[in-house]
Design a protein around this ligand. Sequence first.
Ligand SMILES: [Zn+2]
Length: 262
Amino acid sequence: MDMDYIDIGVNLLDSSFEEDRDEVIDRAFNSNVQILINTSSSMEDSVRSLNLAKKYPSKIFTTAGIHPHNASTGDNSLKESLTRMLQNDCMVAIGECGLDYFRNLSPKDKQLSVFKTHLEVAKETGLPLFLHQRDAHEDFTNCLNEVLDSPIHGVAHCFTGNIDQMNAYLDMGLYIGITGWICDERRNADLIKAVKHLPLDKVLIETDSPYLIPRSLKNVRRNEPMNLSIIAEKLADEMGIEHSQLANQSVINSKKLFNLSI
Ligand SMILES: [Zn+2]
């Protein structure tokens, strides 16, 4: 039997999809990926993402928010504009937001203030957070705990850490988003150990297309949401469960976290 999936993290506005975006989307739907949640990384992006979602009602949903790389673009009206944007039904999460001290493409203090604005909006709207963190674990958890009460409603998107980091997120109430990182034998050792202890009711799957091409795909220039089953299969193997069980449960979890009424 064919299984259904929800890809909770795709970057369909990436320039690599400019030429054939609708075909990529159709290929995903024809590969049993029934729903796509598009990731926005700036306020400009959020508007484009909203327009894309409106073209595919109940099939494409989106986030709204500013990626830490773009934190410099956050202005004084951010809280208001974000809150207004999120009133659209197809906007199901706040983000991707968080902290990235690996590249520091925006200054730290700006990253911190823009992240906190997103957290305040989460507190006021009750919408889930789509979270990004790299090399900033301590500040990241401090910000979350400072603004929000546990359990925190959100997902640690593209989780690539070890079991201690995973458990810290689970303790906060977060869901864990697993990408094709799990398929990369050069750097997946910690993650594989961690997912063996990942509770089934906290797992979400995502391709993060066009990034993170699963390593088994050769001669491919970009990742696509149709490849989600490759990630699901590998993850199910490492968690020691049936592929169908993982697929079903991750769909249930996605619908619950993002309150998808479909
Ligand atoms: Zn990300």
